[in-house]
Design a protein. Structure first.
Lengths: 477, 340
């Protein structure tokens, strides 16, 4: 019996598609990769469906790629070995909100912002705030250990996941973690699945730790004529012990991009910093904001504006919020490719990293920007290039390689919040050779037939440029 | 299309994605399909055509996209490629035949209510068919001091040909339109026509009827109607022409309490009537209208007013076939009432 027929028996005809056009769409995400190798896309409606699908796939050695919103930037959900794409967006129920326990239980397809809309009346929120929050799913956030602008205060997804139910490769259902804030009962297996990119099991339910919604938020913008000064400010703010709930950098390329896309009129300086403090009383927030302001000024920051007003905060933040896609508008003929996009470096190396990014870009004939949740050490670079030029992809490959060599040299990591997938795998494997055998052992123990999202992360190809087709039309010469 | 970074933020408000919940039915999926078609990775097929044509061109995706990727323009080009490759819908062909035969989308012998005034006014097919309504709307202009000039045999502006991807037929229809309606500056009554004319005829300078009313109404002391309605922002008005404030101020001037739906202004939700979906997949267009009507019902009022005759048509029909709990009217009718 073919795969499609089996899946139709499990989930019904309306939840299975195998037209080539369909497989093409599901062969892509927000990365540079594109494939059409999948055999079928299936939308399970309940845990039992997933168990049955996994049992069948395991018996028949068919790859299964779990997928949330497909907003991954490194090819995590691109099915490079073909098989079944398991679209989990239909499992989108909020199962429980318990203000007494400050937790909620959700299915994996719940969208981050929708969850927060439901939590608001209870006075709580789910703290990870990825830029893709309006569409990304909790399952995807767990799979990639997503974080975002408020990670400087609230941490990453791993810090807000208490427990989860997971369907393993053989179809078994396991219940990991707990509903409590502390748990020393055995291996911390729930943590193991956070950031596992769908390679160890399918997360089918998650118990999430919530945080009280702050009563007040104050946001500020500071301008810098030198990128290094902005970088030094970040280091100093973090080491000062000041408590910010957001500390974001935008370099001149980022500023120009959003100005072009939205006519925002942001100052044409080398860098701006956005910083925010939140809490229950304004006096405490004012104290933190003043501390950060002083540090900005001591590093030649100027034009500092602070606001509690929600509308003004929205305006100040608009450029940063819309930055990712705006980068494609930086210059005619170039587009934003999601490469080397989320390294994290120690706080003390922020200024050096920001400068290194620009130097590496210049040496390699591409444009790179430096922005991100720098308070958490995350630097989003992105590579702006002419995607139809074959030579530019070689330039990009060299630039990516160099930037990760730099990151490694300063004690940073390949990915702070977007995951490894395909395109970051070569750099990550080079940097963490020691981990590869350990991770392969874990993978083998949980998925002996290697059916769950195979050939990603430690098993991904060594050259991301030809690991799959690139999604752009590239001229031969 | 390379500008699209495939972030997927366009899922959020895409009415087709919300209804069908497959990625290929959302805006990003359709861009990927169009890109595949252009690259030659995908062959034209009926399946592909179904996806490319199931879009209402509501522009929510454009609004959500920081790179300003214009999905309707991409899909228009993809539709043209499909037509060229022979993937045509019988229903589309029939519609375009009707236009060629009669000059309007209804395939009826219709005459616009001729006026020999000074300011040319274009009615558009839908209002040409609703002659009594058109007469009332012309009366609004007259009361506001404008002497309309209406051409009895004005013809379709070419929007259906353009949207459905029929390049040759579009060219022919545009020539015909210009021949029968040879004015550069004019008032346009139809939301869809003016949005299309602004794009397709860069040498023309139409003014949307609501702009004229907005300028002139306060000086004419309209009556206060003392009713409550919700207002459906047509995508071509709010997102297409950036007109969110004007209809609301007009409602205020004529004493109509506006109870907003959760999705309003540039965040409006599609009625299902655009992009040719009414012809391509009437059932799906109906489902979208039903969703929008439910949002209107959730406000607690019993009347939804709008400006676009196509939104009005689809919402009215679907409301009627679902028990008529929500009255659907045109804002122009309320204005006419206030000026009586």
């Amino acid at each position: 019996m073919d795969i499609q027929k089996v899946l139709v028996e499990i989930v019904g005809e309306e939840n299975v598609r195998d037209a080539f056009a369909e497989l093409y769409v599901y062969g892509s995400d927000a990365s540079v990769h594109q494939t059409d190798k999948a055999s079928v896309v299936v939308k399970p409606q309940k845990i039992e469906d997933i168990q049955e699908i996994m049992r069948y796939a395991n018996e028949n050695r068919i790859p299964v790629v779990p997928r949330g919103a497909g907003t991954g930037t490194s090819g995590q959900t691109v099915p490079i070995d073909g098989g079944i794409v398991m679209d989990l967006k239909d499992m989108n129920q909020i199962l429980e909100i318990s203000p007494e326990d400050i937790i909620c239980r959700v299915e994996p397809g719940v969208v981050n912002d929708e969850l927060n809309r439901e939590l608001k009346p209870y006075g709580f929120f789910f703290p990870p705030t990825p830029a893709s929050g309006r569409v990304c799913t909790i399952g995807g956030m767990i799979a990639n250990n997503a974080s975002g602008i408020r990670s400087v205060k609230y941490g990453a997804t791993r810090d807000s996941v208490l427990g989860m139910k997971v369907v393993l490769a053989n179809g078994d259902l396991v219940d990991l973690g707990s509903k409590t804030r502390v748990d020393s009962a055995g291996f911390q297996l729930a943590r193991l699945f956070v950031g596992s990119e769908g390679m160890l099991g399918v997360v089918v339910e998650a118990t999430l730790r919530l945080a009280p919604l702050p009563k007040y938020r104050c946001l500020a913008i500071a301008k810098f004529n030198r990128l290094e000064d902005a970088g030094k400010t970040i280091t100093n703010v973090m080491s000062s012990g000041a408590s910010s709930s957001m500390l974001e950098l935008m370099d001149n390329i980022a500023i120009k991009s959003v100005n072009r896309a939205f006519d925002l009129g942001l100052p044409d300086v080398e860098a701006i910093l956005l910083f925010e403090a939140d809490g229950k009383i304004t006096a405490a927030i004012d104290y933190e904001m003043e501390e950060i302001k002083k540090i900005c000024e001591s590093n030649n920051g100027f034009g500092i504006e602070m606001s509690y007003d929600p509308e003004r905060r929205k305006e100040i933040y608009k450029g940063r919020k819309n930055l990712f896609a705006s980068l494609s508008r930086y210059k005619e003929g170039i587009v934003c490719a999601d490469l080397a996009d989320d390294m994290a470096v120690p706080n003390s190396k922020m200024a050096a990293t920001a400068r290194a990014i620009h130097d590496i870009a210049e040496r390699n004939n591409v444009i790179m920007t430096a922005y991100g949740h720098c308070g958490s050490g995350v630097v989003h670079t992105k590579i702006l290039l002419n995607p139809s030029s074959k030579g530019q992809w070689e330039d990009a490959r060299n630039a990516v390689s160099e930037i990760y060599e730099f990151v490694d040299s300063v004690g940073g990591i390949t990915s702070g919040e977007h995951g490894i997938g395909i395109s970051k795998a070569p750099a990550w494997k080079r940097a963490r050779k020691d981990l590869i055998p350990v991770m392969r052992s874990i993978k083998k123990a949980l998925d002996p037939n290697n059916i769950l999202n195979p050939h990603k992360m430690m098993d991904a190809p060594d050259n991301w440029v030809n690991a799959t087709d690139l999604r752009y039309r590239i001229k031969k010469k | 299309m390379n500008i699209c970074i495939r972030c997927g933020y366009c899922f959020e408000g895409c009415p087709i994605f919300k209804e069908k919940h497959w990625e290929s039915d959302g805006a990003r999926g359709k861009v990927i399909l169009s890109h595949g078609l252009l690259k030659g990775d995908l062959e034209p097929s009926n399946y592909l055509a179904e996806k490319i044509y199931e879009c209402t061109f509501c522009k929510d995706c454009v609004e959500k996209c920081s790179a300003h990727v214009n999905v309707p323009d991409i899909l228009t080009a993809a539709r043209a490629d499909l037509v060229e490759a022979g993937f045509k819908y019988e229903e589309h062909e029939e519609l375009l035949d009707k236009i060629e035969e009669t000059g309007n989308i209804f395939g009826k012998e219709l005459k616009a209510p001729a006026r020999s005034g000074e300011v040319p006014v274009l009615l558009g097919c839908r209002l040409k068919e609703r002659r009594e309504d058109a007469e009332r709307y012309l009366e609004i202009l007259e009361k506001l001091g404008i002497k309309p000039l209406v051409v009895e045999d004005e013809t379709c502006c070419g929007m259906p040909q353009g949207v459905l991807g029929y390049k040759d037929r579009l060219k022919k229809q545009m020539n015909e339109f210009r021949k029968r309606f040879p004015y550069k500056d004019f008032i346009c009554m139809c939301t869809t026509c003016i949005f299309f004319i602004n794009k397709a005829y860069p040498d023309l300078n139409p003014t949307y009827i609501i702009e004229e009313i907005y300028k002139r109404l306060p000086a004419h002391n309209p009556k206060k109607l003392g009713i409550s309605v919700t207002y459906h922002d047509p995508c071509n008005v709010s997102r297409g022409m950036n007109m969110v404030r004007e209809p609301r101020e007009i409602l205020d001037w004529i004493g109509v309490e506006l109870v907003e739906m959760e999705k309003h202004g540039k965040e409006t939700f599609c009625c299902g009537g655009g992009g040719g979906l009414l012809v391509t997949n009437n059932e799906l267009a109906g489902k979208l209208a039903k969703n929008r009507l439910q949002q209107a019902l959730d406000t607690g009022v019993d009347t939804i007013c709008t400006l676009c005759p196509t939104c009005e048509f689809n919402l009215f029909n679907v409301s009627k076939s679902n028990g008529g709990k929500m009255k659907v009217i045109n804002l122009l009718d309320l204005i006419w009432e206030a000026l009586r």
